[in-house]
Design a protein around this ligand. Structure first.
Ligand code: SAM
Length: 319
């Protein structure tokens, strides 16, 4: 394998100036200029197998792409990089050919908005690795986990506060919508902090790494969209009790109470104390509660299908 020339600060600036690129906040363009950081992210993506396809969102000038190719090559894995900026996307193959000539064949570059991605021309990504655009980091991760069931693991660099939310469990001050929705798909863990000095331009926020592993597949007892509606409603008014916070979603406070009781959840509790399995039981109980009300009865958790889910106090769930 030929030598790989990872990008340093001088390389990134020279490339940007050659291309006339002025990094924009809108696209979260803070490029990594420190080889140790991209190698650390690539190492966290491993161990890799020959059939692995790493999906990199936002390759930018190629800092992380080069490190991912360096890690992928010995295993025989591939990288597909999705970049929204046409100037960056069209230059990337040339940069890889110049700096890692033996590895260019392992890379596909797609010019697209990761938030709208529904397929990759028949390629099924197995891993996500990215220094994400910070303003859309959580939507990108959630969208890709929904769009590509084949993604089983990931490592992402995000704003520090967002990383804390992604990894938080019930009861934590920062537990909220991103935590509960990510927990629907995967268990997430903090994987280290990254100094501001590794970026150009230097951002005005701190950064952290997060790794996640998708839960073993299993049929969801309640539809994801309905579970996500419950999560949105519960945290939309996070200081209110669930009876009040879910009133609009359920139709009335009384109906919310009925559904919560059917799911085995205390109507006086707040969303921040529930795990994703609890939210799923609430979503699953709603149709049963409505049917029981129409029939003049009140279902218990077992009839609502709630017995299929463990009561969770952490991020694990049965998706
Ligand atoms: N990976 C490079 C690095 O580490 O130096 C660049 C990371 S920079 C934080 C984020 C990159 O994501 C930029 O190249 C930006 O153009 C790209 N980007 C922003 N929004 C995007 C989107 N919706 N879909 C795909 N790429 C996007």
């Amino acid at each position: 394998m030929s030598a790989i020339g990872l990008l340093g600060a001088g390389d990134v600036r020279a490339l940007a100036s050659q291309l006339g690129v002025r990094p924009t906040k809108k696209l979260g363009q803070n490029f990594v200029v420190e080889p140790g950081t991209v190698r650390q992210i690539a190492a966290l993506a491993g161990p890799l197998r020959a059939d692995d396809v790493i999906l990199e969102v936002g390759p930018g000038l190629g800092s992380l792409t080069l490190a991912l190719l360096e890690a992928a090559a010995p295993a025989g894995a591939r990288v597909v990089a999705v970049e929204i900026d046409p100037v960056l996307a069209s230059r990337l193959p040339k940069t890889i050919a110049e700096r890692a000539p033996g590895l260019a064949g392992r890379l596909d570059v797609v010019e697209a908005d990761a938030l709208g991605l529904t397929g990759l021309g028949g390629v099924s990504p197995t891993l996500l690795a990215a220094n994400l655009p910070y303003n859309v980091a959580v939507p990108v991760v959630l969208h890709l986990l929904a769009a590509f069931a084949t993604i089983r693991r990931g490592v992402v660099m995000v704003q520090a506060e967002v990383a804390d939310r992604m990894c938080a469990g019930p009861g934590s001050r920062v537990y909220g919508v991103p935590s509960a929705k990510l927990a629907w798909y995967a268990s997430a863990r903090p994987a280290g902090t990254v100094p501001r000095s590794v970026f150009w331009p230097v951002p005005n926020v701190d950064s952290k790494l997060v790794t996640f592993t998708r839960h073993e597949a299993g049929p969801p007892p309640a539809g994801r969209l309905e579970v996500f509606r419950v999560i949105d409603a519960a945290f939309g008014q996070r200081r209110k009790t669930l009876r009040a916070a879910l009133a609009t979603w359920a139709g009335s406070p009384a109906e919310a109470e009925r559904v919560l009781r059917a799911a085995g959840v205390d109507p006086g509790a707040r969303g921040e104390s529930l795990g994703v399995a609890d939210f799923a039981r609430i979503a699953a109980a709603a149709p049963a509660a409505r049917a029981a009300r129409a029939a003049g009865g009140c279902p218990d958790a077992e009839h609502a299908g709630g017995d299929k889910l463990p009561r969770s106090s952490g991020l694990e769930c049965v998706p």
